[in-house]
Ligand binder design. Structure first.
Ligand SMILES: Cc1cc2nc3c(=O)[nH]c(=O)nc-3n(C[C@H](O)[C@H](O)[C@H](O)COP(=O)(O)O)c2cc1C
Ligand code: SF4
Length: 396
């Protein structure tokens, strides 16, 4: 596809990656000036943009709730660009911030203007800090609200939105109170719209090129593209931009998949798909939901030949069990116990009671944490049991 040029700027054919420009001058020449006058929330609603940080929440709705909470309480709202990227298998947010920081920062400013925020924050992984700081220096005179940069803790749960609020308040970056909705009462009690950095980059392009342009890629129910980090048994691992509805196999073949393989979809909180399922599924919530998976934060990991899926799952579960602060019951008990049982299976223990114990622990753990960390871990474990065999004899 060739890029078109309009009054707003050059319409990128491969939206996020084509728009990558490190210097402000080049960026604004390429995609056009920041369109402050656009009725943003209406355009986002028409575009159907959903969050790209994992949860897939509609962006127009979140901004509307933040603005309404601000009006109801008289407290000035804030916006936060979440670039914590705690998921070890994901590199998309770092890549985006390192190559197109101005697109994210435009989105942050536009979101701030749309809800009447007087301040914005960027929570950034250490690897992208320099690019973001350099970009902010260039933007003096362009930005309408001041932006504060905070370096994210290198921990899986650091990007969960209540952990983001804690970090911005100067507390340890751990998830907190489930009853308090961040969008209504976030940083120091102010309504806070936390958006993933990729979400903000899409927002900045939709503001310029419109909902119709955004909807020209993807499907009617899941419009647009998403950044996907592909890794594992591939010749060309990395970050690619994928239109929703693209066959999973096409994405993996494009990255040099060597052999049909089980694939972990959605990252460490995701779900395994068997090779024949990978052959028919598409990159969309509608398709992946049938296998208990989701597009999540866009991670695909192809299991290398000769590596046991159960051993890999045991390794990831042990990592996840170690990542919480063990504040809640499921993270104190369920996660470490599931990791232990998986470790025994991975080490070759074929006691048939182990699988039943995993199912029991998963049932006790799901839905009981203050955040979704236990649920994500349960999803991973249940999918491993489904794909790699439900009786010990079948476990590979
Ligand atoms: C354990 C856990 C870790 C998370 N880590 C991240 C993260 O690193 N980056 C991110 O953008 N969202 C992360 N999220 C999702 C955030 O809580 C939040 O939904 C998201 O930042 C909102 O932005 P979005 O609507 O634009 O996706 C995480 C959620 C959970 C439960
Ligand atoms: S569920 Fe786990 S990760 Fe989430 S807040 Fe509780 S202890 Fe922390």
């Amino acid at each position: 596809m060739t890029a078109l040029t309009t009054a707003a700027g050059t319409v990128p054919s491969h939206p996020l990656l084509d728009a990558a420009r490190l210097r402000l001058e080049d960026h604004l020449r390429h995609v056009g000036p920041i369109p402050w006058a656009v009725p943003l929330v209406r355009e986002l609603e028409a575009a159907g943009l959903t969050g790209r940080g994992g949860g897939g929440f509609p962006v127009a709705r979140k901004l509307t709730v933040a603005a309404s909470a601000a009006a109801a309480t008289g407290r000035v709202p804030l916006v936060v660009a979440n670039g914590a990227e705690g998921e070890p298998a994901s590199a998309k947010d770092r890549r985006l911030l390192a190559h197109a920081p101005h697109l994210v920062l435009d989105g942050l400013q536009l979101a701030a203007a749309a809800i009447g925020a007087d301040r914005a924050h960027v929570l950034v992984a250490p690897a992208a800090l320099v690019a973001v700081q350099a970009a902010l220096v260039e933007r003096a005179g362009v930005d309408r609200v001041p932006v504060e940069v905070t370096v994210a803790a290198e921990r899986f749960v650091a990007g969960e939105e209540s952990a983001v609020v804690a970090a911005l308040e100067g507390r340890p970056a751990l998830p907190g109170d489930k009853l308090r909705r961040v969008v209504e009462s976030g940083v120091h009690g102010r309504p806070t719209a936390v958006q993933n950095v990729e979400t903000l980059a899409h927002l900045a392009l939709i503001a310029r090129f419109g909902a119709g342009w955004f909807r020209s890629r993807g499907t009617a129910t899941e419009p647009g593209t998403a950044l996907v980090t592909v890794s594992g048994a591939l010749d060309r691992p990395g970050v690619v931009e994928v239109a929703h509805g693209t066959p999973l196999r096409a994405v993996l073949d494009g990255a040099g998949l060597r052999h049909p393989a089980p694939v972990l979809v959605g990252g460490f909180h995701g779900a395994w798909l068997a090779p024949h399922e990978v052959g028919v599924a598409t990159f969309s919530r509608a398709s992946l939901g049938g296998y208990g998976a989701a597009t999540g934060a866009g991670v695909l990991i192809a299991l290398p030949p000769g590596v046991s899926g159960m051993v890999e799952t045991a390794r990831i579960a042990a990592y996840l069990a170690g990542q919480s602060a063990r504040q809640c019951g499921p993270c104190q008990g369920g996660l470490p116990r599931m990791a232990d049982v998986l470790g025994r299976i991975a080490a070759g223990d074929r006691d048939p009671r182990l699988v039943a114990e995993l199912h029991r622990l998963a049932g006790l753990t799901a839905g009981r944490g203050a955040c979704h960390h236990p649920d994500g871990t349960v999803r991973l474990v249940r999918s491993a049991l489904r794909v790699f065999g439900t009786d010990l004899g079948a476990i590979s």
